[in-house]
Design a protein around this ligand. Structure first.
Ligand code: ATP
Ligand code: FE2
Length: 363
């Protein structure tokens, strides 16, 4: 069986092709900005412009003709409406052209299910992406949320901090590099509430500290200037900025380092508690922020200490991608879940669909 998967929930337009659980192609293009965050309409325009090219490249990579495709899976939600609509439109077009059924897939659950490739069987899942931060485990036909962020997702939080110091979107990879140059740990609010976390207070605190560095080093500037996000210019330039903190001097790199140490410790603490409560013995990471090697390390250490196994898919399957949609689509299709070509007109997007809303009838 060959299933094609279409991802378009936010910044990335991706097409994956899977045959009997094996990924044949995983092609994507991501909308990025040099400064500022994601503009949904612009991202949707990006998807519209790139979709045909990505489709052809995916077929080419998989070395198959389009008539070999048995079904088309797509990300139905959650996500940004203009982006989701672009994906749905293309899905319907293909379904009509090829006369093949459609499988509507929940994006977050696709981030979880692709973890099967790592041979995780029944894990607690730490799902850390742009818009979402959830600790999830499967129980009685649903993916249950044991803990989550009460305000913003950790990826958006990191991107917001990055934007404040002049880095474009996405900020996560650059912040990781900057954090590697940090030397002192600066205390930040540690905001775990039961099984949930909040991040906006930490963001405010960080911004105040950045302002302090800025004022001390550039007395005439109100905010940091924006610098080209390339050639390490930003990192080399800004780690030289220092400020007298409450107790000691700190640099922007120290703040990036301290942010990672604090926020990742919060995530790992809640994940550990979920392991303890559920009695499960496996932890699986998912979502774009899971590309961060410091987060991976901290999670790995926690697992070793409590005799649990650690699983993490490769980076190309952690960030948004079409292969995870195709992969889950194939599993669902094999259990008879699909919408026939003659019924697709009523099919719509679900921008606010929650992980625990979906009845998992394919397991
Ligand atoms: P969602 O799944 O909630 O819809 P999304 O579609 O925005 O989220 P992903 O592609 O899963 O997201 O993740 C994107 C996020 O991952 C961005 O916020 C980006 O900054 C972050 N990210 C990527 N690499 C790293 C890294 N090395 N360290 C930290 N964050 C990272
Ligand atoms: Fe995602």
């Amino acid at each position: 069986m060959v299933v094609l998967g279409i991802e378009s929930t936010a910044h990335t337009f991706g097409i994956g092709i899977v045959e009997n659980g094996k990924i044949l192609a995983n092609v994507k293009k991501t909308y990025t900005t040099e400064k500022g965050g994601i503009i949904p309409i612009e991202a949707a325009k990006h998807h519209k412009e790139k979709k045909e090219e990505i489709y052809l490249e995916a077929l080419n990579k998989a070395s198959i003709q389009e008539d070999k495709i048995d079904a088309i899976a797509f990300s139905q939600g959650p996500g940004l409406s203009p982006c989701l609509l672009e994906g749905l439109r293309f899905t319907k077009e293909l379904s009509k052209k090829l006369n093949k059924p459609i499988i509507p897939v929940n994006h977050c659950i696709a981030h979880l299910e692709i973890g099967r490739l790592t041979h995780a069987e029944d894990p607690v899942m730490l799902y850390v992406s742009g818009a979402n931060t959830q600790i999830i485990a499967y129980s009685a036909n649903r993916y249950r949320i044991f803990g989550e962020t009460l305000d913003v997702g950790v990826g958006n939080f990191i991107d917001n901090f990055a934007r404040f110091i002049g880095i474009g979107f996405p900020g996560g990879p650059m912040i990781q590099k900057l954090a590697e140059q940090g030397k002192s740990y600066i205390e930040l609010p540690y905001t775990v509430k039961g099984m949930d976390i909040t991040l906006s207070g930490i963001l405010t605190n960080l911004k105040q500290k950045v302002d302090k560095i800025n004022r001390l080093n550039n007395p005439n500037l109100k905010t940091l200037p924006t610098h080209p996000n390339k050639d390490n210019f930003f990192i080399n330039n800004h780690i030289k900025l220092r400020a007298s903190g409450d107790e000691r001097d700190y640099t922007i790199a120290d703040l990036a380092f301290s942010m990672q140490e604090t926020v990742f410790a919060m995530l790992v603490e809640v994940a550990e508690r979920a392991l303890a409560h559920t009695g499960k013995k496996q932890l699986l990471l998912g979502g774009g922020v899971a590309c961060n090697s410091r987060l991976q390390n901290m999670a790995k250490i926690m697992c070793e200490e409590r005799d649990a196994s650690f699983f993490c898919p490769e980076n190309s399957l952690l960030v948004d991608n079409g292969a995870m949609i195709a992969y889950l689509g194939e599993i669902m299709f094999s259990k008879g879940i699909h919408v026939k070509p003659e019924e697709i007109d009523g099919l719509d997007i679900k921008p606010r669909q929650r992980t625990d809303e979906v009845e998992v009838s394919w397991k």
